[in-house]
Ligand binder design. Structure first.
Ligand code: MD6
Ligand code: FE
Length: 210
């Protein structure tokens, strides 16, 4: 893995914007809203088509939720656990994502899907592309809280070199344009205790999916 250089930090691919601390002040309100969502649609670990189980526990809010099971990855308008629609996207979450997108140069972001990821120590997300969305002109907004995690990103091919970037509590990544289909993942979460969230990392990933 290439290392960030000593002076300017890593060279981000064009289209990737890291807004350090952008969501820090909103943490209390956003995490309370996320907790209300997971009270209704609890965190669960999902099956991947190959037969394994993801180490990251997930839930969703908004019109569409990202799901995976033995038959594949897709967006679903209902929670497979309950058969009911996903909880509505709280305005505090949608508003934060719109503001982050606008700051990064993507005005008018209108997310209809918010995936909520919970990482405990050791949980990871393998290298993947985000390609289940119909509208790839809109960016992705990703909000990180709790324990720091190393975000790995590469290029348009799985074998392209990757750089690692540590995402901390309150950091937001806005990802669009030419980088929209780049491979990326999360390295296994290192153990630690975060003052607000304890031994976990919570990530919210917002997209226009439908
Ligand atoms: C995560 N994020 O941060 C997983 N995808 O836990 C993603 O897979 C991701 O952060 C596309 C754009 C930004 C992301
Ligand atoms: Fe992704």
């Amino acid at each position: 893995m290439a290392q960030p250089d000593l002076f300017g930090g890593p060279d981000l691919p064009k289209g990737v914007h890291v807004l350090r601390g952008f969501a820090r002040d909103a943490a209390g309100a956003v995490l309370a809203a996320a907790e209300a969502v997971t009270g209704e649609a609890p965190f669960r670990t999902m099956q991947v088509p190959g037969g394994g189980t993801m180490s990251v526990a997930m839930s969703n809010c908004g019109r569409a939720g990202w799901v995976t099971d033995a038959s594949g990855y897709r967006y679903s308008e209902s929670d497979p656990l309950s058969g009911k629609p996903w909880p509505a996207m709280p305005e505090v979450i949608a508003g934060l994502a719109r503001a982050a997108a606008e700051t990064a140069g993507f005005p008018g972001f209108a997310p209809d899907a918010c995936l909520i990821n919970r990482y405990e120590p050791g949980a990871r997300m393998g290298l993947h592309q985000d390609r289940d969305e119909q509208d790839r002109k809109q960016p992705i907004v990703s909000v990180s809280y709790g324990l720091p995690a190393t975000f790995l990103f590469g290029g348009g091919r799985r074998s392209d070199p990757r750089i690692g970037l540590v995402l901390e509590h309150g950091d937001v990544v806005v990802w669009g344009g030419p980088a929209r289909l780049y491979y990326h993942g999360i390295a296994p979460l290192k153990d630690g205790v975060h003052p607000m969230l304890g031994r976990q990392r919570i990530n919210l990933t917002l997209r226009k999916a439908l």
